[in-house]
Write a protein that binds this ligand. Sequence first.
Ligand code: SF4
Ligand code: SF4
Length: 381
Amino acid sequence: MNQKLTLPPDGLERLFEVLKERGFTVVGPTVREGAIVYDRLASPADLPRGITDEQDGGVYRLKPRADGALFGYVVGPQSWKRFLDPPVKRLWRAERDGADFKIVPEEPDQETFAFLGVRSCEIHAMAIQDRVFTGGEHKDPGYEARRRSAFIIAVQCTVAGGTCFCVSMNTGPRSESGFDIALTEIVDAERHLFVVEAGSPRGREILAALDTRPAEADEMAEAEKRIAKAAAQMGRTLDTEGVHDLLMQNPEHPRWGEVAGRCLSCANCTMVCPTCFCSTVEDVTDISGDHAERWQKQDSCFTMDFSYLHGGSVRASTRSRYRQWLTHKLATWIDQFGESGCTGCGRCITWCPVAIDLTEEVAAIRANPPAGAESIKKGKP
Ligand code: SF4
Ligand code: SF4
């Protein structure tokens, strides 16, 4: 077991310095336009101090909290994929070279990130995207380089949000692995400190450069108590028992039509999801015809264009697009990658403008399977 240490809140200043000395760009939570987003941080002063978030289906708002906590909220609209798999990126350029064209590959990024405030569900989401981008025959070299160099500073959740259900997905609230350092914030009338532990040799080396002391037994017990409290506070639950077969055996369930009646096909749920990875490519050229570029852009299975094949979209209805999304997340993702594509972060519920909630949709299908549910019909939209 890793030794637990104690770091005072002003120890975060030193943590920033040590990370910068080693060439890392520190990225973490900060308040912008009424939400907690992830951005490059200059110092701990950029963190959302004394702020919490209220979340429910289609509801997100920030509120003050009196204790000055630095991590007293859960996840916001963005995830770390914004940095590991940027939503818009140039893949290559082509320049006219006489009668021919010369392909100029994109230079690899030089920036190495230290991600501060990564939650357990987000560490699981990164591991899921690792399998997508680096687990198969065709790897994404940019993602692989950014991911391999990233330094992960986890923050153990001590509060849960109204749309969180990581306990159901077995992805939190405690980060057990996948981090370099993990912090648990303890803040009350008498004290404000972090119980910290290293999860890698790099993490041990960084912690050795900070002003820490061995954690007291009561501090470790308090940290555990706060994580257990978050586990007991989950805003949602999802019964995952047999969910793969439940969805695969109900492609014609009337609930798909009901949810399609509300769904705007806006794609918000896929944009905010930390595991969604779909993209499209777009070629652009200047008016001279001497210069062309290929750009990769984040895309969504909710757009008509995404499933456009010769002559039209394969998934022409909102019903078929919502069904595709949910069935992929909770069923066919398991067939593809050996695990669920959902970590229970709750973002798709919070940021759905009409409060569609995948936990409710699964429960509704489970509660009322149509008599004689057919096996999935291949090729039916
Ligand atoms: S499907 Fe929803 S709850 Fe699950 S990981 Fe994606 S955004 Fe989070
Ligand atoms: S489920 Fe909600 S967020 Fe997703 S496409 Fe439909 S309306 Fe948009």
